[in-house]
Structure formats: structure tokens, C-alpha cells
Write a protein of this length. Structure first.
Length: 280
């Protein structure tokens, strides 16, 4: 690796679920920004349930912290009119980058509404954004394939289509075994997917967190991480230390392999994220 090579660092945050907790997020963001991330992404709930808060937070990151903000935007519960309003709000807030996702089906959405939705896939959203906005578009990728895809080959074909439609960078789903990421990256490059790919890392600091994370992401758990849970899972402090150490070792290996970027799913945990970044 050349000495001038830089692996980018980015972080993900989410809007608090309770409005009374919302003010605290600004100090959290100031603290995280001290780590000098290249960008900070901000999520929102199924069907855009916190989309207004996402825009507020992204605007703060962009305007007050002077760091690039990536606002998540999902399309599964959106009409084209909804999406236009959301894009206008992003523009008015000074947000220029988005992460385009299909998103989860809103619980209130009927089967009929779901089957007749205007945007079926993230690629449909990317196409709309390219045609109607000047936004810089990031997309998601899945080192172990999307759980709905029948094969990695088909998943990569859809990813290539999404990139060709207008995605300029990719952020990966979390993974806990770097071998999956390297295999995925080799196959993606072979198919001509040549945009930057940021490796998604989720520090696992509690046993409960791993169970929830795996069920939502579909990521597999390597034996080393399973053994950590078995050994330290009932000891809060030891589990936290072991989980942070695992994430650091995982990131260092990725850096040594010259990956484009490390994207830490911070879960709004400033202390944990800071400890990891300081060790790197």
C-alpha cells in the first residue's frame, strides 16, 4: 500500500425514537465529529417514520459541523409525490448526499399497497433521483448477499444495475468475517463494479445486540465471535472490551488490505466509537 493511501472513515447515527431525547443528539454529533470522519450518515425508520428528523440531523452535520452528511432515504412506502417533497426538503436543508435504499415495509402497509407501490427496488429510487435531482447517491451492498436474493450472482447483477443507474459509492451491510467482504469485492470488481466500497462494521458489545443484529442483517457469525459471546456474554464489562477488540482487529485487517473505507455503525455510542477510532 502506498504511503499516501487513505482509508476513509465514516460513521452512522440514528434519530432518537423519543422527541425528548432529540436535543442530546447534537452534542453526540459534536463529539463524534471530533473523530474527523469523512462523512456521517443518518438513518430513519421504516417508511420514513423519522424522515423529518433525519433531514434536521443531516442539515446540522452539513451546516454546523461542516462534515458531509449522507441522509438515508427509503422508497418502499413512498409515492413519487412523497419522494419529491422529501427531496425538496433535503435541498432546502442544504443536504447534497443520500443513501438510496428500498427500506423495510411499513407495518401499516397493506398487502395491496405493498404490491402496488411505485418504487419496487432501490434501483427505481436511484433512477428517479438521477432524473429529478442533483443529489450525490450512495447505495447499499451485501457481502453475504441480500437475504431475499436467490444467489450471489443475481445479487451482484442487481448491484451492477444499481451502480450503472447512478450510484457513486457503496456502503456494505455489516459483516463479522472479513473473508466474505474480500470475496464479495473481488467478484464485484470482476463484474465491472468499480465505485468505492465502504466496509460496514458493527461493534458487538453485548450478547443481546448480536442476536438482534444477526436477525435483522442476515450476517453470519464466525466461530471466534461466537466464542467471545460464550465466554464473556454474561459479564458486561468483559464483553464490551472483547467486542471492541474484535472490531479493532477486524478494521485493522481491512485497512491492511487497502479497502476504500470503514463505515462504523456507531449505534449513537460515542464512547465505544471513540475508543475504536483512537486505537486505529
Amino acid at each position: 500500500m502506498s504511503q499516501d493511501y487513505k482509508t476513509h472513515l465514516s460513521l452512522e447515527v440514528f434519530p432518537p425514537k423519543k422527541d425528548e431525547e432529540f436535543e442530546n443528539v447534537y452534542q453526540l454529533l459534536r463529539d463524534l465529529n471530533q473523530l474527523n470522519p469523512d462523512f456521517i450518515s443518518c438513518t430513519y425508520g421504516a417508511g420514513g417514520s423519522r424522515s423529518g428528523k433525519t433531514i434536521e440531523i443531516s442539515s446540522f452535520i452539513q451546516k454546523e459541523l461542516h462534515t458531509t452528511a449522507i441522509a438515508h432515504i427509503t422508497c418502499v412506502g413512498f409515492t413519487k409525490e412523497d419522494l419529491k417533497r422529501n427531496c425538496d426538503a433535503l435541498k432546502n436543508a442544504g443536504v447534497t448526499h443520500v443513501l438510496a435504499l428500498r427500506g423495510d415495509r411499513p407495518q401499516s402497509m397493506t398487502d395491496e399497497q405493498f404490491n402496488q407501490r411505485e418504487f419496487y427496488y432501490a434501483t427505481d429510487l436511484v433512477r428517479y433521483l438521477k432524473e429529478h435531482t442533483d443529489l450525490c447517491i450512495f447505495g447499499a451492498c451485501y457481502p453475504e448477499k441480500h437475504f431475499e436474493s436467490p444467489s450471489m450472482e443475481e445479487d451482484l447483477r442487481h448491484l451492477k444495475e444499481k451502480v450503472d443507474t447512478g450510484v457513486s459509492s457503496l456502503i456494505s451491510q455489516m459483516f463479522f468475517d472479513n473473508a466474505y467482504f474480500y470475496r464479495f469485492l473481488d467478484r464485484a470488481r470482476t463484474m465491472g463494479i468499480d465505485v468505492p466500497v465502504h466496509a460496514g462494521i458493527m461493534p458487538i458489545t453485548t450478547a443481546k445486540q448480536l442476536g438482534t443484529t444477526v436477525s435483522l442483517s442476515g450476517s453470519s457469525v464466525p466461530k471466534e465471535l461466537a466464542d467471545i459471546i460464550a465466554t464473556y456474554g454474561e459479564n458486561k464489562d468483559d464483553m464490551r472490551k472483547a467486542g471492541i477488540d474484535y472490531a479493532i482487529r477486524q478494521i485493522r485487517d481491512l485497512q491492511e488490505h487497502g479497502v476504500d473505507g470503514i463505515h462504523i455503525y456507531s449505534m449513537n455510542k460515542v464512547k465505544t466509537t471513540t475508543e475504536i477510532c483512537n486505537m486505529l
